[in-house]
Design a protein around this ligand. Structure first.
Ligand SMILES: *[C@@H]1O[C@H](CO)[C@@H](O)[C@H](O)[C@H]1NC(C)=O
Ligand SMILES: *[C@@H]1O[C@H](CO)[C@@H](O)[C@H](O)[C@H]1NC(C)=O
Length: 207
């Protein structure tokens, strides 16, 4: 084979190859565009699908305010307390949610304190309502492990007590649990630390 024909042969294969590459490029570009379109469809479509077809979440309860005016442990191991908890309820549904039998229960270090029956309340559709402040007042005999007594004394020094708060939604299989609220003691002449808003969670009572 002469040099010229060799060169022609090479240039010929090159053109063939380059045109083959061209087709591959076009094909690849189309595939990439298709993949992008499908990807975008999933990314945009899925949330829209989920928003349209999914159940809105259940009412969200949050503790927005809490303060203590009295939390004295007498030598008889009786705790004298007076504190207040304010909750909000957010209804995500487009219908009114009615709550007829709700009991609020407060506990401290595993000891149940007072429970308070709430007046029936309704939350209008897609709305957040602030419920009447719930006042826990009374005295309860405490059963403390030594360690819990140490904790009580520490919390007294700090002026913040760790309270647990539950809402018993009587007619459902769930109750609302708001654990470890750090509730400041409001005492005269001292600026109390602000209470941090806490979102409560649903606890399954069926098992
Ligand atoms: C819930 O309400 C029903 C009907 O009033 C009552 O019989 C039942 O004891 C209540 N359950 C609780 C856990 O309070
Ligand atoms: C609220 O949160 C802040 C920041 O995390 C914290 O410094 C403060 O102690 C908290 N307040 C109470 C009452 O726990």
């Amino acid at each position: 084979m002469s040099y010229k024909s060799l060169k022609e042969a090479i240039s010929c294969t090159q053109t063939q190859q380059s045109s083959k590459f061209h087709y591959q490029d076009v094909l690849q570009t189309i595939l990439v565009i298709l993949a992008i379109i499908i990807g975008l469809g999933i990314v945009i479509g899925m949330p829209i699908f989920l928003i349209i077809y999914s159940e809105p979440p259940p009412t969200k309860f949050s503790v927005v305010k809490a303060s203590i005016v009295r939390f004295n442990l007498a030598s008889s191991n009786t705790l004298y307390y007076n504190f207040m908890v304010t909750i909000t309820a957010k209804n995500f549904h487009s219908n009114i949610e009615s709550y007829n039998k709700v009991t609020a229960i407060a506990s401290y270090n595993g000891n149940q304190l007072a429970s308070v029956k709430l007046a029936p309340f309704k939350i209008s559709s897609k709305n957040i309502d602030t419920l009447e402040p719930i006042v826990f007042k009374g005295n309860t005999l405490m059963i403390f492990e030594p360690q819990q007594l140490v904790e009580y004394n520490k919390e007294t020094q700090l002026g913040i007590y760790n309270l647990d708060f539950d809402l018993d939604l009587n007619y459902s299989d769930y109750h609302i649990h708001c654990p470890s609220l750090r509730v400041p003691l409001i005492s005269n002449g001292k600026v109390a630390p602000t209470f941090n808003v806490t979102t409560c969670s649903y606890m399954d009572d069926r098992n």
